[in-house]
Design a protein around this ligand. Structure first.
Ligand code: X2W
Length: 286
């Protein structure tokens, strides 16, 4: 409803839009890959907020690409089916029965939930997995892990076709093997490989922590790749952060301009990072 009541909120909204102009211009035609982990997919409201941000990005000229996880969602169906599952170094040991469940959950439930959320906000999302149009051909990571794959050959042509049509790719982290196998790929690994194949301007890793912390426990807002290596050697970066920082370093080696590790549960996390001076989380550059 139009109103003459110039209260502070409206004035602040207009000022916010105005101050975003240089950032909006900076990211015109930029490719931004966003990894949405299973833990960061909370309530329907949180998903709606995420979808709005993605549609807004696309509306202002960014080409967003979503790569999702879904570890907790896979665990829930494996539990119902009474299939035991274990992780070795952050990767799910994936036998023939498990990989079927992984594909059903990731390409089915999780992928379509995100696609539908984006489309409800007025976007045009298309859900695929690494199998589609040979996007991600994988080799087996380690026989001991079964059907776990490492991206080996990437073909991002499909994604460029979708960008040209203003469509938003939503990608489940599964890859095809060269002998017809289905491979389960860690979501962070898949996002890094896809960002590198696209030479993306940004890879945003949405997690459930606020960023990379230094020895005193404070989030470091900007880091060089060399600092990450030193902090890992010193044990300051440890545990669950290691796969994230490894993905970041691999992506940067592969030609991604910068990677941001940030808390995906914070409202408008992606917009805060891209379109304000403040930024969010830890920005990692070469
Ligand atoms: C993962 C794929 C999903 C994933 C899995 O099976 O759980 C491997 O571990 P999050 O939510 O991003 O952790 N694949 C090989 O990565 O999900």
């Amino acid at each position: 409803m139009r109103t003459q009541d110039m209260n502070r909120d409206w004035i602040a909204t207009a000022a916010t839009l105005s101050s975003a102009l240089p950032y909006l211009q900076r990211y015109t035609d930029a490719i931004v890959v966003i990894k949405l982990g299973g833990h960061a997919m909370g309530s329907d409201e949180a998903m709606e907020g995420f979808a709005r941000d993605v549609v807004l990005m696309q509306q202002v000229g960014v080409n967003p690409v979503i790569v999702h996880g879904g570890g907790p969602q896979i665990n829930a169906l494996l539990d119902k089916l009474d299939i035991q599952s274990e992780f070795v170094n952050g990767k799910r040991v994936t036998d023939a029965a498990t990989v079927e469940v992984v594909e059903m959950v990731l390409s089915g439930l999780v992928n379509k939930r995100i696609v539908q959320a984006i489309n409800r906000q007025g976007g045009r999302a298309v859900g695929v997995s690494g199998k589609d149009a040979n996007l991600m051909i994988c080799d087996q990571t380690d026989p001991a892990l079964g059907f776990v794959g490492t991206p080996a050959e990437m073909d991002p042509k499909l994604l460029h076709t979708l960008f040209e049509r203003d469509m938003i790719p939503v990608i489940a982290p599964l890859g095809a093997g060269r002998n017809g196998e289905t491979f389960n790929v860690n979501g962070d690994t898949a996002a890094g490989a896809i960002a590198a194949a696209l030479k993306a301007d940004r890879l945003l890793l949405l997690t459930d922590v606020s960023g990379v912390k230094n020895a005193s426990g404070e989030v470091v807002t900007e880091l060089k790749a060399a600092q990450i290596r030193a902090m890992t050697q010193d044990g300051v970066i440890a545990g669950g952060m290691i796969p994230k920082t490894e993905t970041a370093l691999d992506a940067i080696d592969g030609g991604v301009r910068a990677v941001v590790i940030l808390d995906g549960r914070a409202p408008n996390a992606c917009l805060l990072e891209l379109f304000t001076e403040h930024g969010a989380g830890s920005l990692i550059r070469p």
